[in-house]
Design a protein. Sequence first.
Length: 172
Amino acid sequence: MTKRFLLAALCIAGASALPAQNIRSHYVSKAETDGVIYHTFPVTLFESREAGDLTFDITYKEHRGGRATINFTCRLPQAVPADSVRFAADVATMSGPVEKLYLEPERKVWKHRYTFDADGSELCGFFDERASPEVTVYVGEKSYVYRAKRSAWRSYAPIGYRIFDMIRVNEQ
C-alpha cells in the first residue's frame, strides 16, 4: 500500500512539471460495461547490440486490480522460448513469467512475441524520461539486455507518463 501511495504521489508531482503532450495519437480507449480498456500503440524504444530491437505495447483495463498486460516483440539468435522478462527504469520494475505468443524466423535471427501480466501501478514511474531503462529477456541460463534508445526514450517517456497518469486519474 505504501508503494502505491508513493507512486501515486510521484505521478501527481510529476504531472505539473511536464509540458502539455498530445497523447491521443498514441493510444486508443473503449468504454465497456465493466470498465474502460486502454491500449497503447506499439513503440520501439529499446535495442540490443546482440539481438536487435524490442517493440512493446500495453493494455490496461479498469477494475482489474491495477494489472496491465504488456506484449512485446524482440529478436533473439535462437528459437528457444523465453522464460521471463524484466522492464526496469530506476525504481520502477515490472517483471514476471512470459507466455509465448509465437516464434518465427526472420533473416538470421528469430522474431519472438510474448505477453505478460504486470503491476500497472509501476507504469507512471517507469515512464521517467530521466531514467535509463532497460528490458531484460531471460532464456534459460542466458539473458538478453535491451537498452533504451536515448532520443526515442526522451521523446516517448513523457507521453507514456501522461497516458498512465490520465488512466490513474480516471480510475479514481
